[in-house]
Design a protein around this ligand. Structure first.
Ligand code: GLY
Ligand code: MN
Ligand code: MN
Length: 435
């Protein structure tokens, strides 16, 4: 991602702001894992989207029309002693050149400088409620300005949620973003293929997880986009199963929901395949229903359709499938009307995906489902989950959980399946596993 890509994003946001306003966006912070060890730092998604800067203890400030530059960064100063232990810091001197911001100051000077930038602005764009500590600091600065009104100071009159503006931008992926997302998808697809080829009855779920994570890491995606789900047999019916400790049994399916984070962009793939390499007739019958539902939903991804069209398509096909298999005993209209599929398909067909796996952006606009437009990227992931003790269905269907998930970009002519590199038909999966 180039410096000019980030500059373009900041200028788009500046263009959405009122004159006479200021936007304030703090970076993410380090989080303790235990005692004195920390989780790997993950930058705040909005902050990264606008800066490409990967350090904590920083704040981006946008001031439309400011004479000495509209984009201002506060960040840590260079510190050889600190850098000896913890790695290089960018420092404000280099920040203007490296990040392309107009102006940069040491974060330790923020209390002296930022109130002066807020003073006289009628509107502050800031997302309250994300950091209690920063909310307090901001209120401190504002109250300081308020205390000086008799000397002519002008405190801001309006506070507006900043994230909503940024999220509207993030919903539409640029060519550069789609390029990275394609790569993240290819890595995840390779990882799923590897798991299909590695699986054997008697293996532990975590051993398949290790195959997945190995492929991510060796491809440069050192973080998963979310904790991998590897559920053998009935574990597949727990939607967010991450225990991954059971033994994979001959005759069971295994559901893997895993995606990587590459250069801050997520992929999110689910495949469900037989531990022994061959689907049983019942597994195959249910699998074909989910696959048909997923393909019908993907076919609805095109400009002009709305957000709910893929979900409507998948629930229609799933319902018809449940009727055909004798699990539901009613007409299709009645099944859809009553949402009779819900005991076995209880989640939505997808979500936006991007810098966050469950990415930002409104799903409804003015009360109506949002129209799909080129540049949007979503997942399509219908499933069927039949618990081991589900007495509503014939015992032969019980204990089977299936989900199939791909990442799909809306293009001017329809869609592009970013995750097409991993097979999903019964024949293709069995062939890969046999090979
Ligand atoms: N892996 C999370 C999801 O599929 O939404
Ligand atoms: Mn998933
Ligand atoms: Mn998903």
């Amino acid at each position: 991602m180039t410096k000019s890509e980030f500059r373009k994003r900041r200028h788009r946001l500046l263009g959405m702001m009122a004159a006479d306003s200021i936007a304030i966006l703090p970076a993410g912070s380090l989080k303790t894992r235990s005692r004195d060890t920390e989780y790997v730092f993950r930058q705040d998604s909005d902050f990264w989207y606008l800066t490409g800067f990967n350090e904590p203890e920083a704040v981006l400030v946008l001031v439309p029309g400011r004479e000495h530059g509209e984009t201002v960064l506060f960040c840590r100063e260079k510190d050889p002693e600190f850098e000896r232990w913890n790695g290089t810091l960018l420092g404000p001197e280099a920040a203007t050149d490296v990040l392309g911001v107009d102006d940069a100051f040491p974060i330790k000077d923020m209390d002296d400088i930022l109130p002066g930038l807020i003073e006289g602005k009628s509107r502050v764009y800031y997302t309250l409620g994300q950091s209690e500590a920063f909310d307090k600091r901001l209120m401190g600065w504002v109250n300081h300005i308020r205390s000086k009104v008799r000397s002519g100071a002008r405190p801001p009159g309006e506070f507006i949620v900043l994230s909503h503006l940024i999220h509207e931008l993030r919903l539409f992926k640029s060519a550069a973003e789609l390029k990275v997302m394609r790569q993240a998808a290819e890595i995840a697809a390779r990882a799923h293929c590897r798991a299909m080829q590695a699986v054997k009855p008697g293996m532990k779920e975590y051993q398949l997880e290790a195959e997945i994570l190995h492929e991510f890491a060796r491809s440069g995606a050192r973080e998963a986009a979310y904790t991998s789900i590897v559920g053998g047999g009935v574990n597949a019916c727990i939607l967010h199963y991450i225990d991954n400790r059971d033994t994979l049994k001959d005759g069971d399916l295994v559901l893997i929901d895993a995606g990587c984070e590459l250069d801050m962009y997520a992929s999110d793939i689910t495949r469900t395949f037989p531990v022994n390499g061959r689907y049983s007739p019942e597994q195959k019958a249910l699998y074909e229903v989910v696959l048909a539902a997923q393909e019908a939903a993907i076919a609805e991804v095109r400009p002009g359709n709305h957000w709910n069209h893929p979900h409507e398509a998948s629930t229609r096909v799933l319902s018809q499938g449940l009727i055909d298999l004798g699990i539901l005993d009613m007409s299709l209209d009645e099944a859809l009307d009553k949402e009779a599929y819900k005991p076995w398909f209880m989640h939505r067909t997808g979500h936006w995906i991007g810098i966050d796996v469950h990415d930002v952006g409104d799903y409804k606009v003015g009360g109506a489902w949002r129209l799909l437009e080129p540049g949007m990227v979503l997942t399509v992931e219908p499933g069927l989950y039949i618990d081991a003790d589900d007495e509503r269905v014939d015992p032969k269907w019980r204990g089977i959980g299936i989900r199939i998930e791909d990442d799909v970009a809306v293009t001017p002519g329809g869609h592009e399946i970013l995750t097409a590199g991993v097979p999903k038909s019964v024949a293709d999966i069995e062939a890969l596993m046999a090979g």
